[in-house]
Design a protein around this ligand. Structure first.
Ligand SMILES: Nc1cc(N)c2c(=O)[nH][nH]c(=O)c2c1
Length: 373
């Protein structure tokens, strides 16, 4: 831990990077996967479990938290870490992405986003400055700029307009964030699937000398090859000495291939949301426990796992719980999936340290292909 925000690169293997982010609240081993703690909870999990699985940092959603319990209330209660009892770093998104996907009556202009809460219809306006203020009230360690993410496919002119406004919002967020030793504000590269816009966005954000850089506007419905091509274009434009965070990604295969492009940090609801719906990620690939073929299969998901949910519970029982819509089904599969994701990240980090990431990626993908489910 350090009193300031620091990123150190320990090893590289091709474009893959092994490093660590050091902050007052803890150290983040990269490449890192951040479990999503949407409304101050990683759904169906105790945060002690999340920590024990190897997560160094979790993500909080500003949109949800500003609605319930409210940013000023969280501040009165001592900040998010104190409220939810998570003492490690927390990254918060800006709220803008979820406003556009969840809120009602949305209006977006140069000043920010105006929207109605999906909870009670209350009207809110969020400027770049207010987004940073809210994240500060939450006592967030890594705060994201307010940006506009355009769903793909989209017209080039629309992508360009949103990218340029996001750059102006990045400047306003930097001013609003000011100087907070030990904390960081990350910019977000936009530009859709247009290479020259991606380069322009990355170059302009680099000029702001921020502490970290996210790649946004991806994992919004585009094919994986488009996402990877945008990373191939964007990452070389970002400072080598700053962390790179790919927002909203992804499946284990997305993560492997994005690490190979030079990404350091990830977040995704995939492991927890799919666990609640009966999907298990394992070393041998995915298992849909809703499928009747598991109804009398007394094998565990993986008897070699160190995770009790993976090692000690039969597929028949998991099938029964999921089909009965019992909470324990989602709890056990969220536990299994987060365990698998953190084991994958630990394997990635070791493989980069040992200079064998390409082999690790190929072997892992082959194991998924072979199955053994
Ligand atoms: N897939 C994505 C997930 C996200 N949470 C975001 C975001 O918060 N901001 N901007 C983005 O482009 C974005 C993309």
């Amino acid at each position: 831990m350090t009193e300031t925000f620091q990123f150190k690169l320990h090893a590289t293997d091709g474009k893959a990077r092994r490093g660590e982010v050091s902050m007052p609240r803890g150290t983040i081993r990269t490449p890192a996967f951040m479990p999503v703690g949407t409304v101050g909870t990683v759904k169906a999990m105790y945060l002690d479990q999340v920590k024990d699985l190897g997560a160094d940092i979790i993500l909080g959603n500003t949109y949800h938290l500003m609605l319930r319990p409210g940013a000023e209330r969280v501040a009165r209660l001592g900040g998010l870490h104190n409220l939810i009892r998570w003492q490690g770093p927390i990254l918060t998104d800006s709220g803008g992405f979820q406003v556009m996907s969840l809120a009602g009556l949305r209006k977006l202009d140069e000043q920010g986003v105006t929207f109605k809460s999906h909870v009670d219809g209350a009207l809110f306006h969020m400027s770049p400055e207010r987004s940073i203020e809210i994240q500060g009230l939450l006592d967030s360690d890594i705060q994201m700029q307010l940006d506009e993410c355009v769903a793909l496919p989209a017209e080039p002119k629309e992508i360009e307009r949103a990218m340029e406004m996001s750059l102006r919002w990045a400047e306003r967020c930097k001013v609003a964030f000011g100087d907070q030793p030990g904390k960081a504000m990350f910019g977000i590269v936009q530009g859709g699937d247009i290479p020259e816009l991606r380069v322009r966005s990355a170059e302009a954000l680099k000029g702001l000398d921020l502490k970290g850089y996210a790649v946004g506007g991806l994992a919004v419905g585009e094919p994986q090859e488009v996402m990877l091509r945008m990373l191939d274009i964007t990452c070389p434009e970002l400072p080598v000495e700053k962390p790179r965070y790919l927002m909203g990604v992804g499946t284990p295969d997305d993560i492997l291939r994005s690490v190979a492009q030079g990404i350091d940090m990830f977040d995704c609801v995939m492991p927890t949301r799919s666990g609640r719906h009966g999907l298990a990620f394992t070393r041998h690939g995915r298992i849909n426990l809703r499928n009747a073929r598991h109804a009398e299969d007394m094998r565990p998901l993986d008897e070699q796992s160190s995770c009790p949910a993976t090692r000690d519970y039969s597929r028949a029982y998991l099938h029964h719980l999921i089909r009965s819509n019992e909470s324990l089904g989602g709890m056990l599969l969220s536990w299994n999936n987060l365990a698998y994701y953190q084991e994958l990240m630990a394997g990635i980090r070791l493989a980069i340290e040992e200079g064998r990431f390409a082999d690790f990626m190929a072997e892992t993908q082959e194991t998924w292909r072979r199955g053994d489910l």
